[in-house]
Design a protein around this ligand. Structure first.
Ligand code: G4P
Length: 532
């Protein structure tokens, strides 16, 4: 294998998904500790606060003490080069969170052992399933009172519709969380605390070993023996192919806070997950090992520096090697260009980079030329990666400028912010351009919108909340557009268009979606727009 090939094949790029407070940040931090990227716990969390100083609409972040934008971290562990894509953990997450998953090759789903599957996990999970990427489950907080592990696995299977395979099994929980049983090696990893920061030390003993009673106690030993028997008899076989296609989720138990089970998880995960996956461009498959560089933009972060109105475009390298000295071709812009100050985030720092390989994520300064989904490739090539789908917003407002004389700035601002992908804008068939309907995935984006319209475009917004919570793109059997009169709609449904002219329906309830689908058989409803 050439050095180039080995660089690519040692890369692992994944996102961590969870509901807020399940322990995503703590787990990330422990990964970074193992990789030596940070020396002590607290750095990742601390960053949430310090980062607020670097960008100014992050004022909102500061006030609310949360992080709006997702970030990327790279670190090395046992020969692997790992890129972790962080997804914002607060309820007010945005479409960016979904788009980040487009850049990942697998996902780690962190679940709170006392709470099971929660709302945000469910939403993010759907996007992973859409992409068929492998999903690994880490059931966290076993050092606290936890629900029955069988029940938790069942809930994942039932609620998320994915099979599970417990790679290890917890021995007790709460104060009695003694360790995990490794089903492949048929041995116990018994944890002993070491005060927290580095790896928990583990002793390995086989099930049935007389020493085990002394180690974990008779009761837990006998319960574990029963559990393992039940597991071996009842659970499905481990099938790597099904893991790779997101049909079977390997499940691990542990406690990120105390480090118990984190290292066994990380090691198995790295062994099971794939090197950078190919992406498609029209009918063409672009493989990570292809000679030429290619990448796509999956996120644009605005206004990092207010004086310059800079934006940073985050791109995922799909194939080949990026070389800072070479020009690349921006397909949608039809231009050759040199990427400006490409950077990577290494734990707490940003670093200007000279090269990057397939699997890596780069942030480049964007003078306003990139859009979500854009392709960059080697000059001479002209393919376009398949578009990133648009995800259905869940909150809607009617928005116009308080000052009617500022119509132009209003539209310009709204369109630019929508182009960055922070919001989606819609219009009703007969409405003029004075007002638009704004849809967002997380309500924080409304605050960001008002703040940015005021500070960047000098426009005060008049906003009015709308009762809709669901959106579906629609298609008729003959592909023709429809008028409201052509459809049987309840009073809580609204027909709108996006700015590409696609038609959509806004609904106030899931019930109403079903009602509408029942009565309008000629319509197909889509949860993801453009490409999914
Ligand atoms: P998130 O990124 O998914 O939102 O979760 P985060 O890691 O911030 O963890 C949320 C809370 O849960 C934190 O407590 C954290 O210390 C705790 N936690 C994470 N993993 C474990 C675990 O394995 N066991 C236990 N017992 N707790 C865990 P906090 O009090 O909200 O924050 P902090 O003051 O401790 O930082």
């Amino acid at each position: 294998m050439s050095q180039y090939e080995s660089e690519i094949s040692r890369r692992r790029t994944f996102a961590i998904i969870s509901h807020p407070d399940a322990g995503k940040t703590t787990l990330t931090e422990k990964f970074l500790l193992y990789g030596g990227a940070i020396a002590q716990a607290g750095v990742v969390k601390g960053k949430k606060n310090t980062r607020a100083a670097t960008s100014d609409w992050m004022e909102i972040e500061k006030q609310r003490g949360i992080s709006v934008t997702s970030s990327v971290m790279q670190f090395q562990y046992e020969g692997f080069c790992i890129n972790i894509l962080d997804t914002p953990g607060h309820q007010d997450f945005s479409e960016d969170t979904y788009r980040t998953l487009m850049a990942a090759d697998s996902a780690v789903m962190v679940i709170d052992a006392a709470k099971g599957v929660e709302a945000q996990t469910r939403k993010l999970f759907k996007v992973c399933v859409m992409r068929d990427i492998p999903i690994f489950t880490f059931i966290n907080k076993m050092d606290r009172e936890a629900r029955d592990p069988f029940e938790l696995c069942e809930e994942i299977e039932h609620e998320l519709g994915i099979d599970t395979y417990a790679v290890n099994w917890p021995i007790g929980c709460g104060k009695d969380f003694k360790g995990v049983y490794d089903r492949a090696k048929k041995e116990i990893i018994h944890f002993t605390s070491n005060g927290g920061s580095k790896a928990a030390t583990a002793t390995q003993v086989a099930l049935g070993d007389p020493n085990l009673d002394a180690l974990i106690g008779k009761v837990l030993h006998s319960q574990l023996t029963d559990d393992v028997e039940l597991l071996d008899g009842a659970s499905c076989d481990f099938d790597m192919d099904r893991v790779r296609h997101g049909k079977l989720s390997p499940v691990f138990f542990g406690s990120a806070l105390t480090n118990f089970g984190v290292e066994p998880f990380l090691e198995s995960f790295l062994r099971m997950t794939t090197p950078p996956l190919p992406r498609t461009a029209g009918g063409q498959v672009i493989d990570s090992m292809d000679d030429d560089f290619s990448a796509f933009v999956f996120k644009i972060q605005a206004n990092m520096n207010k004086a310059h109105r800079d934006r940073i475009a985050f791109m995922r390298v799909v194939s080949g090697r990026f070389d800072a000295d070479r020009e690349v071709y921006h397909v949608q812009g039809g231009k050759k260009l040199r990427l400006s100050r490409p950077q990577q985030l290494m734990a707490a720092e940003r670093e200007i980079i000279e090269e990057a390989f397939a699997g890596d994520i780069m942030g480049v300064f964007d003078p306003g030329i990139f859009s979500i989904g854009d392709t960059l490739c080697a000059p001479g090539k002209k393919f376009q990666f398949d578009p990133i789908p648009t995800f259905a917003p869940e909150h809607f407002q009617r928005v116009r400028s308080r000052d009617t004389m500022k119509r132009k700035q209003f539209l310009k601002g709204m369109e630019q912010i929508a182009q960055e992908g922070a919001i989606q804008i819609f219009k009703t068939p007969y409405s003029g351009m004075e007002e638009v309907i704004v849809g967002v995935v997380g309500t924080l984006q409304f605050d960001v919108l008002e703040y940015r319209m005021r500070s960047e475009y000098n426009v005060e917004l008049y906003v009015e909340g709308l009762p809709y919570e669901y959106l579906r793109w629609i298609r008729t059997e003959d592909g023709e557009s429809v008028r409201e009169d052509d459809l049987i709609l309840g009073t809580d449904v609204k027909l709108v268009e996006d700015y590409k002219g696609n038609q959509l329906l806004l609904f106030a309830s899931q019930w109403s979606i079903n009602w509408t689908a029942e009565r309008n058989k000629n319509l197909t409803l889509f949860e993801f727009g453009g490409g999914a």
